[in-house]
Design a protein around this ligand. Structure first.
Ligand SMILES: Nc1ncnc2c1ncn2[C@@H]1O[C@H](COP(=O)(O)OP(=O)(O)OP(=O)(O)O)[C@@H](O)[C@H]1O
Ligand SMILES: [Mg+2]
Length: 240
């Protein structure tokens, strides 16, 4: 179980010196064996939350607990050791590193051709065409997103933080992507997404709004709320 208690994150505007709140009093819990989809408008703080969960940013205040242990102060590396795996909204390019090498680095051991094929075919790529390619600007946006997801699968783990994994992936491949998430169903999977098809895979939906206030609940309940209130006046709705 991953829990956030009163997590706040603010930054200081370099020019005006004014404090800007990005996350305010976020209280959420993510259970094992549950897929949660975080959705909401651009700039509402979804990626910031993912980076805080992975340890790239530290909350200004509040605590994060993993299986009851306070992990607020621990590093990205320590979180990775505990089984946290991230796929960024904008994947990092590694000039000079081949897909083959990236997958081996991700899983921490040599991979057989079969193992390589398994990771790449899960994201709809034929290993033969990709293992010797460099993870650089020559890959298309969608290919890069798929390879990043393949690296996350190769690494494995207990908590998967996937920031817009569908971004740049053609609609035709959505069902394959959904299968990837379904395979992770015994883990804690937190996906940021704007796509209804991805939301349909969720057990829980977390909704951010522009005032940084959020509500969260079971998928069915959240879909019913959205249908009843399409203008999305969410500010007084609390996690159920
Ligand atoms: N270090 C920072 N300094 C200043 N502003 C920041 C910083 N980090 C994030 N922000 C701002 O915080 C807000 C939330 O950013 P974030 O990337 O979390 O949004 P998001 O919900 O993921 O948006 P999108 O749907 O576009 O990906 C944005 O307005 C962003 O400009
Ligand atoms: Mg984002």
């Amino acid at each position: 179980m991953l829990e956030l208690k009163n997590v706040c994150y603010s930054v200081k505007d370099e020019q005006t010196g004014k404090k800007q709140d990005i996350l305010k009093n976020v209280n959420l819990s993510f259970r094992d064996g549950e897929i949660s989809v975080i959705t909401g408008p651009n700039g509402s703080g979804k990626s910031t939350l993912i980076k805080i969960l992975m340890g790239f940013e530290k909350p200004t205040s509040g605590r994060i607990y993993f299986n009851g242990e306070d992990i607020t102060g621990i590093s990205v590396t320590e979180r990775a050791r505990k089984g946290f795996t991230i796929a960024f909204q904008q994947p990092v390019r590694f000039k000079g590193i081949t897909v083959n090498k990236l997958l081996e680095l991700a899983c921490g051991k040599k991979l057989t051709t079969e193992g390589m094929c398994e990771c790449l075919s899960a994201v709809g790529l034929c290993a033969r065409n990709y293992i010797d390619r460099s993870v650089d600007g020559t890959l298309s946006g969608g290919e890069l997103k798929r390879i990043e997801l393949a690296a996350a699968i190769a690494k494995g783990g207990e908590v998967f933080l996937l920031d817009e994994p569908e971004a740049g992936i053609d609609l035709w491949s959505f069902e394959d992507l959904v299968k990837v998430f379904e395979k992770l169903h015994d883990k804690t999977v937190i996906i940021v997404s704007h796509q209804q098809r991805i939301m349909e895979t969720a057990d829980k939906i977390v909704l951010f709004d522009n005032d940084k206030l959020i509500c969260a609940g079971r998928k069915e309940e959240m879909f019913a709320k959205i249908a009843k209130q399409p203008s999305l006046c969410w500010r007084n709705i609390k996690e159920s």
